[in-house]
Design a protein around this ligand. Structure first.
Ligand SMILES: NC(=O)c1ccc[n+]([C@@H]2O[C@H](COP(=O)([O-])OP(=O)(O)OC[C@H]3O[C@@H](n4cnc5c(N)ncnc54)[C@H](OP(=O)(O)O)[C@@H]3O)[C@@H](O)[C@H]2O)c1
Length: 298
């Protein structure tokens, strides 16, 4: 039976909130790796033919940035070839696609937020594979939406905000237990804009509400560092945590992180479509709504 919306990666961090948001007023079909491996072109074509969606929200990806660095073949197979398979299937059934891309398509060396017109220059395998996915979508379809998003957090899956909540409470427990506490060290030399997955769902709706097509940056307003984000989390939750700023050199990773990958939502603004708020307000709302549940998982 035909559905309005198909969500790939429906058990992922973003996918789960896309399903929750769109299910309120659309028929939604979610698929994930256990049911459909998007590397398999024939099965992907068949799954989309059967579901016959009006729009595919393509949120499935190999998102382990450090893992991608050591496994280029898998990264390209999922993030580039997989995106191409989804796009070709959309073309066959006449469905629209929303492809979620990333700030990692840029090198992170700019001294201002990147616009959609800026030159891409990915420095990681993950970034290269996601950019190849963008190009595959653009080659396969005229009617596409690409949303470049960044620094995601949400209720589901693993993310920085949930990790900080857990580490902050661990430190508090240690202090109350009379144990010696080590300051929480957080990187202060990488800048970006934290985005709540529910805001990305709202932004997706806004773009789909008209026949808007093309590549858009879709991140929260403002910018901060991971250290700034950690401080904002603890301030909003009113917990006293000893946090110390450090540099990326103190946390060497297989994949280099962009120094400043803040994006400007220039095209959404020009089209009157930008519904992304500044990063602090949604963070406070998210913590108000979800921090208790997250702590229950400790
Ligand atoms: N997280 C961020 O900060 C961020 C920033 C910018 C852009 N994005 C983009 O936003 C989208 C959603 O990210 P997310 O954080 O929600 O990712 P996520 O939580 O890792 O979810 C991705 C989902 O895709 C599934 N998947 C992996 N390989 C697959 C395959 N071969 N076939 C079908 N499904 C497969 C994963 O299954 P398994 O878990 O079983 O592997 C997972 O359920 C991705 O396109 C990502 O590149 C994310």
């Amino acid at each position: 039976m035909a559905c309005d919306i198909m969500v790939t990666g429906c058990r992922g961090q973003l996918g789960r909130d896309l399903v929750a948001s769109f299910s309120a007023d659309h028929s939604v079909r979610g698929v994930d790796l256990d049911e459909l491996d998007i590397r398999d072109r024939e099965r992907t074509l068949e799954a989309i033919r059967k579901a016959d969606p009006g729009t595919v929200l393509h949120a499935a990806a190999y998102t382990d940035v450090d893992g991608c660095e050591g496994n280029r073949e898998l990264a390209m197979a999922v993030n580039a070839d997989g995106a191409e398979n989804i796009a070709l299937a959309c073309r066959k059934v006449g469905a629209r696609i929303v492809y979620y891309s990333t700030d990692y398509v840029f090198d992170g060396n700019a001294d201002r937020p990147y616009t959609e017109d800026d030159q891409t220059n990915p420095q990681t395998v993950y970034g290269q594979s996601k950019l190849a996915g963008e190009q595959a979508v653009q080659n396969a379809l005229d009617d596409y939406v690409i949303l470049r998003i960044a620094w995601l957090y949400g209720r589901h899956g693993r993310n920085f905000v949930k990790t900080m909540i857990k580490l902050g409470f661990q430190q508090r427990r240690d202090r109350h237990g009379g144990r010696e506490i080590a300051p929480l060290k957080v990187v202060d030399d990488q800048l970006g804009a934290p985005c709540w997955t529910m805001d990305i769902a709202r932004q997706t709706r806004a773009v789909l509400s008209g026949r808007h097509t093309g590549l858009f940056h879709a991140t929260s307003g403002g910018e901060t560092s991971w250290y700034g984000l950690a401080q904002a989390i603890f301030a909003a939750m009113d917990i006293d945590v000893v946090v110390e700023a450090c540099t990326s050199d103190e946390f060497p990773r297989p994949a280099p992180r962009p120094k400043r990958s803040t994006l400007s939502n220039q095209r959404l603004n020009e089209a009157g479509l930008n519904v992304m708020p500044d990063w602090k307000t949604p963070l406070e709302t998210f913590l108000h709504e979800h921090s208790k549940e997250i702590l229950c998982e400790l």
